[in-house]
Design a protein around this ligand. Structure first.
Ligand code: HEC
Length: 696
């Protein structure tokens, strides 16, 4: 019975892929697109991540505005394979949409019709090896002078001809044997393209950013974000200065500080600002046991765009020990503060404070809480340092229920800034988590094979606490007065999409529930909504094509846990799509086909509790990031208690040891011993039976 169901089901999935690939080889090319400089303009194009170098996700277009949304409808949609996560923003240049899905599969599409012009697949799964285990999918691409740039999970930076999708150059930016991987966007600065990487949650990584010549792919410069072993000499004065803020043998742990998400080019000062990440490991007691600021972790660092030389830094979390990285988007603008015009950088990092920094010299202007933050009372404006709550550093023998959690009060979903309202539109959340030390701090070391390695452990006996449910909202934040002006409550939905704002008095944002909404930018009144049929994480863009204004965005859930995210999306039945809207457009999405995938039980299977216990450990070491904590899938990967494959040990071995589903994003675990695979099988069967019982 079970088997029959599965064959039919797999055929459906296969058909989906075959259908897709039959159209994907399309090689029809458009006239070479003209050079579009990423500067202030009329808003016709959306040529970089945040549209302009200001990274404010703001468009001056007004054809679609708060007076005519009753005419806004779906112009067209494009279905993507379920295995390709849709979490990045497209670019729009001269009527062509460019976007990346899944593992950096790039699409070029006619913006007025959705006709596919070309597709480029860098075949990441063939080369990424164990790095596949950290995969979230790509978050953005870049454009400059007729070229599209993308980076890949395995660490390549790739330049494609925008007109044809042909490869121009490819540069390997990491060591294939290290734990560095890339999910973030490259950034353009004049004639260079710059890329960072992630990996400090998994492996002993020393973070860096590298700049390449945009025409040749030749390396121009590299800047490390944390110091290496002093015995090897320092690369520059900045590293020598930074090393004074570390102690112990930090270099053995890499140190971290990866620039895995945000950068911003400042044309006015010819600088690139990089937002650096957490320490490796998170727990400072391991990597720098006597404390210290640990520069340049969790900082905004300004570098000369031509040479990569250090200019200034502002450290957001000195001595970081929580995964509070400063890698969330940074926006540039000018604000009048106390009667003075200031050129500022604004950022709302994970730690729950909204920062306004003078970008001339990196001095803090103001910082206030935009979400619940119990790790610090305030940020001292004299010193620029947080006034911390000592308990938040979870001294040995204690546990601390911390807000925000390691997810952050603001994540990778970008905020936007509208110069007409003077407001920042920020997807915010309150989520907590319990911090406690790993059991043996002295002997702690990274475990191999790309598993999460953070240096935390279970709460000491009697100190466990229930983490309350989270909540999410869209905040309109006044950065001059540092206060919230309005908010849209999202209830338990904590992971909502990035925002875009326009001169038409609009704020556009998708939600975890699949609702795409438009609000008035000045007052936050909801004036339009659309059922996108899948969770939204990506930020929308808007542009002109043939003189008409369009709004486009990718739809596709990345959530690996459905808690607080509304209903869980089903990996196999969810629709990942590109949606495009315009005035007087009347297309419709096909109705959602509800396919009931039952929890499977194999009555003959005898659960061995000891094996199941091993399975719990293996699962939460290797699998939960994608398949959901405690087997609660949220749509990023299949729900394993409803999957046929774990019912058959041979199929499970094929998937894990042999990597039979690697091409769709399921990493290979070639080294996993049979005992662990059996453990997983027993854990999955036990959980399935428990769920069925609790339902009846
Ligand atoms: C980086 C994310 C990721 C990680 C980590 C991961 N998986 Fe997967 N897994 C996937 C995706 C995506 C698929 C679906 C592939 C497809 O569509 O064919 C999948 C599919 C599977 C399937 C097949 C399910 C089916 O019905 O087709 C099994 C079984 C599975 N994973 C088990 C595991 C186990 C066990 C672990 C940990 C040892 C693990 N996965 C770790 C992403 C992941």
């Amino acid at each position: 019975m079970i088997k029959k169901y599965s064959v039919g089901f797999l055929t459906t999935i296969l058909a989906l892929f075959v259908g897709f690939f039959s159209i994907s080889g399309c090689s029809e090319s458009k006239e070479a697109v003209k050079v579009a400089e990423v500067v202030e303009d009329d808003g016709a194009d959306w040529p970089s991540f945040g549209r302009t170098y200001k990274e404010d996700h703001y468009s001056p277009l007004t054809e679609i505005n708060d007076q005519n949304l009753d005419r806004l409808g779906l112009a067209w949609s494009f279905d993507l394979p379920v295995s390709q996560s849709g979490i990045s923003a497209p670019l729009a240049i001269d009527g062509v949409l460019y976007f990346a899905v899944g593992h950096s599969v790039i699409h070029a599409m006619e913006a007025t019709t959705g006709k596919l012009l070309w597709e480029y697949d860098p075949k990441v799964f063939d080369v990424a090896g164990k790095k596949m285990r950290a995969g979230w999918g790509v978050r953005g691409i870049a454009y400059s002078k007729g070229k599209i740039f993308t980076a890949t999970l395995d660490g390549r930076l790739i330049a494609l001809e925008a007109a044809t999708g042909k490869l121009i150059w490819s540069a390997m930016t990491v060591d294939p044997e290290d734990g560095r991987y890339i999910t973030g966007a490259p950034w353009i600065m004049k004639d260079k393209v710059i890329i960072g990487h992630g990996g400090a949650d998994y492996a002993p990584i020393r973070g860096y950013v590298t700049a390449y010549d945009e025409n040749t792919g030749e390396q121009a410069w590299r800047f490390y974000t944390v110091p290496g072993n002093p015995a090897d000499g320092f690369e520059n004065d900045a590293m020598e200065m930074a090393a004074k803020t570390w102690n112990g043998e930090w270099w053995k742990f890499g140190g971290g500080g990866t620039v895995w998400n945000a950068m911003t080019y400042d044309a006015e000062y010819n600088r690139i600002y990089i937002g650096t990440g957490n320490g490796a490991p998170w727990n400072q007691k391991i990597r720098s046991p006597e404390g210290g600021d640990n520069l340049f972790l969790c900082s905004v660092v300004a570098l000369d765009a031509d040479t990569g030389e250090y200019v200034w830094h502002y450290q957001i979390n000195p001595g970081e020990t929580w995964d509070f990285n400063a890698a969330m988007d940074m926006q540039l603008t000018d604000l009048t503060i106390d009667g003075q015009r200031r050129s500022v950088l604004m950022t709302a990092p994970k730690n729950g404070f909204f920062y306004v920094i003078d970008r001339k010299d990196g001095k803090l202007i103001s910082a206030e809480k935009f979400a619940k933050a119990n790790w610090a009372e305030r940020i001292d404006l004299e010193t620029g340092r947080p006034v911390e709550n000592p308990a938040a550093r979870y001294p040995v023998g204690t546990a601390y229920l911390m807000f925000p959690s390691a997810w952050g009060a603001h994540g990778v979903e970008p905020m936007s800034y509208n110069p007409n309202t003077g407001l920042v539109y920020l997807p915010a959340r309150d989520l907590g988590n319990l911090y406690a030390n790993a059991s043996d701090l002295k002997n702690w070391d990274f475990k191999p094979d790309m598993v999460l390695n953070v240096g935390l452990g279970a709460a000491p006996k009697g100190q466990g606490q229930k983490v309350p449910p989270g909540k999410g909202w869209l905040a309109a934040w006044n950065p001059v007065e540092q206060k919230e002006v309005w908010r849209v409550d999202m209830g338990l939905k904590t992971h909502n999409g990035g925002t875009m704002t326009t001169a038409g008095n609009l704020v556009v944002q998708g939600q975890a529930t699949g609702e795409l909404s438009i609000y008035t930018a000045d007052t936050g009144k909801k004036i339009w909504s659309f059922d996108a049929q899948n969770g939204i994480m990506a930020q929308p863009i808007t542009y002109l094509a043939d003189g008409k204004q369009y709004i486009s965005l990718l739809v596709g859930s990345r959530a690996s846990s459905h808690k607080g995210n509304g209903k869980p999306w089903n990996y196999y039945t969810q629709k990942r799509r590109l949606l495009t809207f315009a005035l007087d457009a009347k297309a419709e999405l096909p109705p959602v086909e509800e396919i009931d995938l039952p929890i499977l039980d194999d009555a003959e299977f005898v659960v061995d509790d000891e094996k199941a216990l091993l399975g719990v450990k293996v699962f939460h070491r290797n699998c939960f990031v994608c398949h959901g904590a405690r087997l609660n899938s949220g749509g990023a990967a299949p729900d394993l208690i409803r999957s046929l494959i774990p019912t058959d040990i041979d199929l499970l071995v094929e998937v894990l040891n042999e990597g039979s589903q690697r091409e769709n994003g399921m990493p290979q675990f070639e080294e996993m011993p049979m005992s662990e695979i059996e453990g997983l099988q027993h854990y999955i069967r036990k959980t399935a039976r428990q769920r069925l019982k609790s339902k009846n």
